[in-house]
Design a protein around this ligand. Sequence first.
Ligand SMILES: Cc1cc2nc3c(=O)[nH]c(=O)nc-3n(C[C@H](O)[C@H](O)[C@H](O)COP(=O)(O)OP(=O)(O)OC[C@H]3O[C@@H](n4cnc5c(N)ncnc54)[C@H](O)[C@@H]3O)c2cc1C
Length: 410
Amino acid sequence: MTKPNNQPSYFDVTIVGGGMVGMAAALALSKFDLNICLLEFIEPSENSHPSYDDRTLVVNRASIQFWKNLNIWNQLSDDITPIDKVHVSNKGHFGTVKFDKDSLNVDALAYIVEAKKLGFALKNKIKNTDNIQMICPAQVTDFKLENQQVSIDYSLDGVKYQQICRLMLAADGAQSSIRKTLDLETQIKSYDRTAIICNITPEFKHQYCAYERLTKTGPTAMLPFVQNRCGFVWTVQKDQTDELLVLNDSEFLRQAQSQFGYRLGKFVKVGKRSSYPLYLVTVPKQVKNRTILLGNAAHSMSPVSAQGLNLAVRDVAMLSDVIENALHNHIDIGSDKILNNYQKNTESDQSQTMKYTDDLMNWFKIDEPLVSSIRSFGLLALDQSLQAKKALFGRASGYRGHSPKLLRVK
Ligand SMILES: Cc1cc2nc3c(=O)[nH]c(=O)nc-3n(C[C@H](O)[C@H](O)[C@H](O)COP(=O)(O)OP(=O)(O)OC[C@H]3O[C@@H](n4cnc5c(N)ncnc54)[C@H](O)[C@@H]3O)c2cc1C
């Protein structure tokens, strides 16, 4: 990581937050003639960083293309697991839907990658990219709009520094201090649910099938991963969380098994468990004062729908097109016109994705017999219609309407 000198320095774009989204944005914009700075607070150690831990991420087809276009996907080839089939069922009721790669005529429905592997591949690529300067561990403490520029204060090893940029990208996470300082309206909806996440090794081979089980506390997923491990995502009521987290391994496995069933045989082994409270954070206006919010700072949703990073990647791809257009037409990249273009072009995708996640959380938590029957019949009907499956799969792939360049096959 580069250490700055004491003078204020000047950048075209400064990105606050070097999580997966901040790094993706830096790399996406690095193909332009721009001087980019990435300020990240937490220095990753050899094995860990809270923004890219050992969670398993479902990477949809649009995101795969994005990572391919940034030359990241080829770095991950040993660490990705294809999803060949998806099996959706309704716990305690009839009705299943099955998707498979052959009937949808694709090489895989999606892939799974460990966040840690993706994060480190991004970091390595940034190290070798000349027009990105990553400063870490740098904590942004303040910023202000001054003379058509953003002046940013940050501290590093107890020393205060300042830099100036034309455009600031705030990828500083769900608790974004930049969003708060800009006083952008933020709507937070809590589901009163928690996702417990861990790796589980089942008795039988997963055969690259992802399972989604709809239960009265919310969706539960079992995602195929390396060495026959599966990423288990279990939605539980908030007040159950602590008691489940402290169970010994065998009792936890017993309870997880009763939730998931025996499709993969007996659950044999469980890894470290972590929990995430489930909420939906919506920020209607994501641009102000030469600043654009990205990633969790702009929208944060339940991991159950596996959409957060996939959506953020599409936003970054759109940002790249908007910036390219600005540079081509000699328009100031931090101007209101460009900021508003970005907001307008990402609004519809964001609201559809947030709605999908919200519906998933609300619809399946209702456990009235009538609703359950409708759900079961709905699953049965869906399973009979290849056309409906293709439409659903198309949306889940992340391709909707006009695709920005970074999502297209070159
Ligand atoms: C368990 C789980 C499973 C998930 N599964 C999926 C999935 O399958 N598919 C999918 O698409 N998405 C998934 N997601 C969502 C995905 O992980 C997030 O959307 C993504 O990680 C958000 O990244 P980010 O960079 O926006 O935020 P963060 O990862 O929170 O990064 C923000 C960064 O900003 C830094 N920072 C904050 N403040 C400052 C400051 N003042 N100065 C400098 N730096 C600062 C922080 O140190 C941090 O590194 C999952 C999420 C969870 C929790």
